[in-house]
Design a protein around this ligand. Structure first.
Ligand code: H2B
Length: 114
């Protein structure tokens, strides 16, 4: 999939090692997702979003939760008063799949320029 197609794609059940993305493909997608980086263990992608106050942070958390519900793909959240760290990884492949990048791209579209 081309990186600019991620935000309009939908997650699909992806289970098993054959759906794990290789390092080159991971880097190609990360290059199109500003602020997203590989997690320390290399099995996930992370980004911290910053907000003016708790209300805005929680509005973001709820919007991302809706994406998770619709796409049936679920991030870990680390929530503080002015920030939310998102962590996407695909447990079913033991690493990164296309689903992680689709959701990250959808969050980027949701939040707009920042
Ligand atoms: C059946 C269902 O699609 C799977 O259990 C989904 C649900 N949400 C998921 N979320 C994440 N982050 N990783 C998964 O492997 C995963 N699997």
């Amino acid at each position: 999939m081309k990186p600019d197609e991620l935000a309009s794609a939908h997650c699909a059940p992806r289970k098993g090692k054959e759906h794990a993305l290789g390092a080159a493909e991971v880097q190609r997608y990360l290059d199109h997702l500003p602020g997203w980086t590989l997690s320390a263990d290399g099995n996930g992608i992370v980004k911290t979003y910053r907000f003016e106050d708790f209300h805005r942070t929680m509005a973001f958390v709820n919007a991302v939760a809706w994406i998770a519900h619709v796409e049936d793909h679920h991030p870990d959240f680390k929530v503080s008063y002015p920030s939310c760290e998102l962590h996407y990884s695909t447990h079913d492949v033991g690493g990164l799949s296309l689903n992680d990048f689709i959701c990250a791209a959808r969050v980027e579209s949701l939040i707009g320029p920042h």
